[in-house]
Design a protein around this ligand. Sequence first.
Ligand SMILES: Cc1cc2nc3c(=O)[nH]c(=O)nc-3n(C[C@H](O)[C@H](O)[C@H](O)COP(=O)(O)OP(=O)(O)OC[C@H]3O[C@@H](n4cnc5c(N)ncnc54)[C@H](O)[C@@H]3O)c2cc1C
Length: 184
Amino acid sequence: MAPSFNTHRSSPFSPERPIPCPQTWFDPILKDRARSFPQIQLRYQTELQNFIQDTDGVTVDLVDQVTGRSQQIQAKYLVGCDGSDSLVRSLLGIQVRGQRHLDWSLNVYLRIPNFKYLHRTEPAFRYVFVGPEGTWSFLTMVDGKDLYRLQLIGVDKSALETADKHGAHRHGRGHYLRLHSKAP
Ligand SMILES: Cc1cc2nc3c(=O)[nH]c(=O)nc-3n(C[C@H](O)[C@H](O)[C@H](O)COP(=O)(O)OP(=O)(O)OC[C@H]3O[C@@H](n4cnc5c(N)ncnc54)[C@H](O)[C@@H]3O)c2cc1C
């Protein structure tokens, strides 16, 4: 068993210790901070589809994913924070070094009341499921109460596209998973 977060000491460089903070908590904090600057506009559900750079700056093509409306924006700079599959990076012709994808995984949020009574191990932040084939899943505490994230690793890419809302099959290695409940 790995040591509990409670036993982690702060390092000589920072009083901060590792503390889990799910994205569902962290993103609203980040959003409120961004909104506090009058010069920042947030546009959710908006996809960058292309951009052109010239001596005056950058012209960006955006599409509202809800209405389908296209829009062009001009800016001095464009910063690509669009993740591992970055369109900005590929439009700039920047190659990915190393292995493109290490793994595909499927994440399912589950509400499991009284989880601690359903197993015989100690309460933990994360449970790792290991079978004869190796590690096949993680169950990670999200809210410190009853919300968990089940991460099925080594999933076929097609399983990500066809995953249904009421259940998930463990693809490829023969595991079947029944979901007791699922967060929205
Ligand atoms: C299941 C899982 C668990 C993880 N757990 C941890 C953890 O515990 N601790 C940790 O440090 N890291 C963790 N990571 C890794 C961490 O999430 C990533 O390293 C981090 O999110 C990368 O941040 P990013 O801002 O570069 O990209 P992302 O978080 O991927 O953000 C990119 C954003 O750009 C948007 N986007 C992409 N293309 C476009 C486009 N064309 N137009 C508009 N928007 C676009 C995407 O929708 C997304 O919102 C985890 C990752 C996964 C998948």
